[in-house]
Ligand binder design. Structure first.
Ligand SMILES: NC(=O)c1ccc[n+]([C@@H]2O[C@H](COP(=O)([O-])OP(=O)(O)OC[C@H]3O[C@@H](n4cnc5c(N)ncnc54)[C@H](OP(=O)(O)O)[C@@H]3O)[C@@H](O)[C@H]2O)c1
Length: 316
């Protein structure tokens, strides 16, 4: 898996065509890894870019393309058709990675308010997740996905999946940026040979308003990050991307601006951060989760922490 990918979630403010244009140009500048998902509602546009990229002489084997199964497609009968739909939209024969986007089958309409709940929302039920996972394993058997993985999982949920999976997850996507380092989960992933893919590696400064709370902190304004950026002559965003990569994760920063996605790519292939800088960033973790997932809660009056098994047990 290439060491950096381009995120493709337009956060409801960047159009599908703008993202698709950025994908095509990012490939021309050197990106080979693209993080897609059906729920980003732009795969059919990005598919045209992949077609152009392949026509430009870049071989399919050089690309690493991820897509994700959305929450309303966890039913056994829906997994394979959903992957086939992403493949058709992306104009590909296979995916390098197919992830279960969230461990919950709880659906919410795109762009809805954080208070929105689906009527039949459920907690994590391992037997149900395994039914979905068996179909994910079939995707590998069928050659539609080279690898399968998870996203937004916790250690207690991964423990169950690692116990019961025939094909173990090769990747787990987790929120990871200097103010949300998740050291325990990160260590767990490395120890179990699951590659950590760092989403929102810059602290998602462009995330939708519904994903903002007054307590959220801003990584790219942190004095430690700003100081390193000033010294290196780069934007603080680039320091965040370099840090994630050097810490051992694969960051997938989003941008549709050539100047910015090129700076992020340069960031991971230029001189590494010093040990002192890595130590300074290790010291600014605030456990500040930005993508809290409130819309996936299943009972009235719950707090978003219930999604993340903070006391080590899966909440029912
Ligand atoms: N698995 C999941 O549940 C999940 C959840 C969230 C995200 N993701 C994936 O992770 C990707 C990245 O996360 P994200 O989009 O939330 O946030 P992010 O990558 O942390 O931040 C993106 C923002 O940073 C800005 N930016 C990027 N590079 C920059 C640079 N060099 N200088 C200055 N600003 C820069 C972008 O603005 P400009 O566009 O103006 O450059 C954009 O607003 C998503 O696109 C998606 O593919 C997955």
């Amino acid at each position: 898996m290439p060491a950096i990918g381009l995120g493709t979630f337009g956060s409801d403010r960047v159009s599908a065509d703008e993202v698709a244009t950025a994908v095509k140009d990012a490939a021309a500048t050197g990106y080979r890894h693209f993080d897609c998902a059906s729920v980003y509602a732009n795969e059919d546009r990005i598919g045209f870019s992949f077609r152009e990229i392949l026509r430009s002489g870049i071989r399919r084997e050089e690309l690493w393309i991820t897509s994700k199964l959305w929450n309303d497609k966890h039913a056994e009968a829906d997994v394979i058709p959903s992957c086939r739909q992403s493949l058709a939209d992306l104009r590909l024969d296979y995916l390098d990675m197919y992830l279960v986007h969230w461990p919950f089958p709880n659906f919410h309409p795109p762009g809805c308010d954080v208070a929105s709940r689906s009527a039949d929302a459920k907690p994590y039920i391992h037997e149900n997740f395994m039914r979905t996972w068996r179909q994910m394993e079939k995707l590998v058997d069928l050659g539609l996905a080279r690898h399968i993985g998870t996203s937004n999982m916790t250690i207690p949920k991964l423990e169950l999946l690692m116990r019961d999976a025939r094909i173990k997850p090769a990747v787990n996507e987790l929120e990871m940026h200097p103010h949300m380092q998740q050291p325990e989960l990160f260590r767990y992933l490395l120890d179990h040979r699951i590659s950590p893919v760092a989403y929102s590696p810059i602290g998602s400064p462009g995330r939708p308003d519904r994903d903002r709370t007054p307590a959220d902190t801003v990584d790219i304004e942190d004095p430690a990050i700003v100081e390193i950026a000033r010294r290196l002559g780069v934007h603080p965003a680039v320091v965040c991307v370099k840090w994630a990569c050097q810490a051992g994760a694969t960051p997938i920063p989003f941008s549709v601006r050539r100047k910015n996605y090129l700076a992020n790519l340069r960031g991971v292939v230029s001189a590494p951060l010093s040990e002192a800088d890595m130590r300074a960033i290790a010291g600014i973790d605030k456990n500040c989760r930005l993508i809290k997932g409130q819309v996936f809660l299943w009972k009235p009056g719950q707090s978003w922490e219930d999604l993340w098994d903070v006391d080590g047990a899966i909440k029912q």
